[in-house]
Design a protein around this ligand. Structure first.
Ligand SMILES: [Zn+2]
Ligand SMILES: [Zn+2]
Length: 671
């Protein structure tokens, strides 16, 4: 159907829904928690049994692992707080405007400061924030028209390159100056600054911690094996220990690589949204695209070879060949910055930002697998604590003479039961539901909404793509369980590898049964939400409903896989498989009951109804497609989903009074 009117999809605002940066940052934090816990727990547990009884060792290793997770976040937080100050000191950046130079230059820099201030005051998302301005005339690339936003929490900084001043003065480059400035302020508005700094420090701390933990574990196991060998006590068991060492080494490397891939992807993806923000403020993508095309050599913001501590800054240093090779591998697998070509593509085709991102889906599924495997250990914690406490009580008090003691023990048992349940629910929500519903779920919601604004043949989420997502999640969960260093419920033993495709298939079916209703809901509940405010309540309600609906299927699939893996298939498990399949078939209808109850509530709340125009109060024509504008009065209906109007850029401040080069003393003098 050819049409001369602009296609509505290009007006949609990619910032109306939670963006990719939020999701990947969430995944990074969850990955750091889950994998550090697993590694630390395994490291402590492999060392302790030589010194203390096994049950005590289990308890200590679980508590110890929790402490190490806290330590990881504490150290990363500390380092993030110091990072900005260290950077300013190392690069010798002065506060802006710098005091040096001649009077004319100073006046011109003062004029630029005034303009930057005025622009910032015009940006609602930036205006309230404190931002220290810095001046970079010292780094190797200081003449490039580029800047950098950095900092942590309430200490945010914006560094302007000397090259920005040149662009500011050159009338033909003013737009380019503005696009660089607005891109950096876009990072501030998108709340990227703190998260970037914390991601970098978290990744660095995690790598060091993982190396230490793996070294301790492997070192101890090697010591243990060689001591037995020296004492002439070697047996078949030692071969297994060597296998364990291999598994720890491989897992530690894989997990560190995974964290690095997520961390790099957070840094990469945030650029698209800073560009998007700058495009919205400017009202056009052209200045940004011009800037990318003009830069023959990549600017500081576009450097992939930046040292890990500082995104967007090129520090010239000659790297030894081994380091260069490593750089080559990492640039290929996990580049820290998108290429200019990709950024241009995202600017020219904003609907790409609404698509379901397969990397995020896969990483989320890996984490679910790792999380489900690692969490089986935590279930043991309350029991271990209970054991210790009960034994202690029985030792201290004479059971025969004191009946209140029995109540104490009963209360303790109850407490332990509640704690176990709490830990179980908490872990399931954090390691399983949050990555699934908060990433895959949100992306599916977003794409299903956008599909309602465009022709069916341009759908972002056709059935074929939905099935691919489900299959990807299935494979990710099974693989995640397999690479977990701890022998948890989902980790595949050597002789069960053949079952992996079957498990992946079972997870994919469970996921499809969840994605289909989710897509159906998301395509309907947003079209009646009008006004400028995003439909946060609807999105969160749908997330809660989706969580409730997937829980029975997810739990049963997990228990099923765990049971099949740990069962001795030759002997007692004749009835196992059929009963699992039966349970699974029962949990699917249960989830549909949950969806239906949710649908009833949403229908009663009027969320499925047609949109009512906020201006003329007439209902929009009720069709499959979302109506962006009222058909009666033309007012925007779903203003929240449409790209906002550009900001007004204040005019440049007046030029400083021209002084000849001989004159500066006049300004400095005591007049
Ligand atoms: Zn940037
Ligand atoms: Zn109207």
């Amino acid at each position: 159907m050819p049409s001369s009117e602009p296609r509505p999809v290009f007006q949609l605002n990619p910032l109306a829904f939670p963006v990719e940066t939020d999701m990947r940052y969430l995944l990074l934090v969850i990955a750091a928690v889950g994998t550090t816990f697993g590694l630390a727990n395994y490291a402590i547990y492999s060392v302790l049994p030589s010194f203390v009884p096994d049950s005590t060792a289990k308890g200590i290793s679980i508590i110890g692992a929790f402490v190490i997770v806290l330590l990881l976040f504490g150290i990363a937080h500390q380092r993030a707080g110091r990072a900005a100050r260290a950077l300013v000191a190392r690069e010798q950046w002065e506060l802006f405007p710098p005091p040096g130079g001649d009077a004319l230059e100073r006046a011109s820099l003062q004029r630029m400061t005034t303009h930057v201030d005025q622009v910032m005051q015009n940006l609602p998302a930036v205006a309230g924030q404190r931002l220290d301005l810095h001046w970079n005339d010292s780094s190797a690339d200081h003449l490039k028209n580029a800047g950098m936003a950095f900092g942590y929490r309430d200490r945010q900084h914006l560094c302007l390159n000397e090259g920005m001043h040149a662009a500011f003065l050159n009338a033909s480059h003013t737009k380019e100056f503005l696009s660089v400035l607005l891109h950096e302020l876009g990072h501030v508005a998108n709340r990227d600054v703190s998260r970037t700094t914390f991601s970098i420090e978290l990744g660095r701390t995690f790598t060091q911690l993982a190396a230490v933990l793996a070294t301790i574990t492997i070192g101890f196991l090697l010591f243990y094996v060689s001591r037995r060998r020296l004492n002439g006590m070697s047996d078949q068991n030692d071969v297994m220990v060597l296998g364990v060492i291999m598994q720890i080494a491989v897992s530690a490397v894989l997990i560190t690589a995974l964290i690095e891939v997520i961390r790099a992807s957070v840094l990469r993806v945030r650029e698209y949204y800073a560009d998007t923000r700058a495009r919205q403020w400017l009202g056009s993508a052209a200045p940004l695209i011009d800037g990318f095309e003009r830069r023959a050599a990549p600017g500081p913001e576009a450097s992939a070879g930046a040292p890990p501590a500082v995104p967007g800054i090129v520090v010239q240093r000659s790297s030894p060949p081994r380091r260069a090779l490593w750089q080559l591998i990492r640039d290929y697998l996990a580049p820290l910055h998108p290429s200019n070509k990709r950024r241009i593509n995202a600017l020219e085709n904003p609907s790409a930002l609404f698509e379901v991102d397969f990397l995020t889906v896969f990483v989320a599924s890996l984490l679910i697998g790792i999380g489900l495997s690692a969490s089986s250990l935590v279930f043991a914690l309350p029991f271990q604590l209970g054991d210790v406490a009960t034994v202690w009580l029985l030792h201290r008090l004479d059971v025969q003479t004191d009946s209140t003691l029995w109540y104490a023990i009963l209360a303790l048992a109850l407490l332990i039961a509640v704690a176990t349940f709490g830990a179980l629910v908490g872990l399931f929500v954090t390691l399983c539901l949050v990555p699934l519903v908060g990433t895959v779920g949100v992306m599916v919601q977003r794409a299903a909404f956008v599909d309602r604004t465009r022709p069916r043949q341009e759908s972002l989420l056709p059935l074929r793509r939905l099935l691919m997502i489900a299959l990807l999640v299935g494979s990710g969960v099974v693989l995640g369980g397999a690479i977990t260093p701890t022998p948890g419920v989902l980790s595949l033993q050597q002789n069960r590898w053949l079952l992996a495709p079957a498990f992946a298939m079972a997870w994919a079916i469970a996921l499809t049964a969840w994605l289909l209703p989710l897509r159906w809901f998301a395509g309907r509940v947003y079209r009646s939400h009008v006004g400028p405010k995003p439909p946060t309540v609807r999105r969160r309600s749908l997330a809660v409903l989706a969580s409730l609906a997937i829980t029975p299927v997810l739990l049963l699939t997990m228990v099923g896989q765990g049971a099949v893996i740990s069962a001795d298939l030759n002997a007692t498990s004749a009835g196992l498989l059929p009963s699992l399949v039966l349970g699974w078939l029962l949990s699917l209808p249960l989830s549909f009951v949950i969806w239906s109850i949710g649908a009833l509530f949403m229908w009663l709340a009027g969320w499925f109804g047609p949109a009512r125009c906020p201006a003329c109060a007439k209902t929009a024509s009720y069709t499959r497609a979302i109506t962006l504008h009222c058909t009666h009065c033309g007012e925007p209906l779903i203003a929240w989903a449409v790209t906002p109007a550009p900001i007004s850029i204040p005019p440049l401040p007046p030029l400083p009074t021209m002084q000849s080069d001989d004159a500066p003393p006049a300004l400095n003098g005591p007049y």
